[in-house]
Design a binder for this molecule. Sequence first.
Ligand code: G3H
Ligand code: 13P
Ligand code: ZN
Length: 342
Amino acid sequence: MHKLIQKTMVSYKELGLVNTREMFAKAVNGGYAIPAFNFNNMEQLQAIVMAAVETKSPVILQVSKGARNYANQTLLRYMAEGAVGYAKEMGCEHPEIVLHLDHGDSFELCKSCIDMGFSSVMIDGSALPYEENVALTKKVVEYAHQYDVTVEGELGVLAGVEDEVAAEESHYTKPEEVVDFVTKTGCDSLAISIGTSHGAFKFTPEQCTVDPETGRLLPPPLAFDVLEGVEKQLPGFPIVLHGSSSVPQEEVDTINANGGCLKAAVGIPEEQLRKAAKSAVCKINIDSDSRLAMTAAIRKTLAEKPAEFDPRKYLGPARDNMKKLYIHKIVNVLGSDNKLIH
Ligand code: G3H
Ligand code: 13P
Ligand code: ZN
């Protein structure tokens, strides 16, 4: 076993994975976006692959640094290889599956992922001073491109409500910087900041208005003017949106009705994501919605069957609920169904 993992490098091509180049070009031209779903465990991975196969959609499997620590890097690499085999077993002859590092924070982490079979990496230097972000991203691109691995860079800071700068215009991507960044770094896609943020609490109640009919919080709109500015500077260049969960209220309600306590959870309305998907945005990142769908199903099952202790009896419904969510995103929000090349 030890000898097996000591093999110096594995190419993603040997694992049946693909990079993002061709799928992004097709998505930008076709006016849809590729789903980038994070996974940390087998049930999430099964649900993602089932949803992608059933809808005939390309898909990006995202692994964060935290996921890699949680699930073990070696196991994850075999799970991704298994995902390709699983898709084929379900009848998809040519699955288009990317294994992507989400929010890589160092050259060493990106290199390690590339060496272990990732087909795409993100180097997130967005919190660094501009020139340092350029230098770090360029270094990752130079290494990655030797192996035909694609690289996502980021310009502009995605904020969280916890640091009190959520959706602040001063942190949006500056359209006047993007050409310089892309030219100097050679990155293949660019994550931008237009008002989305990570997690299930994307806006404070003070930033929202209240829907008079439902009493729900309505968030402020995304900065589509910034997105248009970026598109003008970089026509046809693949743009990425992080922090794109919609925080479905029915999942939040199920969690709260079954012992949970999620107050004032707010996401990005789906109609805004639909609009973004039709633009140069060709990758949309969703993690929190899957967490909510999983937690809601587990809480409901355990509340209804308090004597249940076989994990398959609550992880199974959780997997079903996540699959339903992924299919909904693919078909009704991103429009990536029936877009496999072969
Ligand atoms: O962008 C962050 C993703 O949702 C991953 O989150 O670092 O908790 O795995 P994580
Ligand atoms: P959400 O927290 O909105 O799902 O965003 C996920 C993400 O951007 C992963 O990189
Ligand atoms: Zn992100």
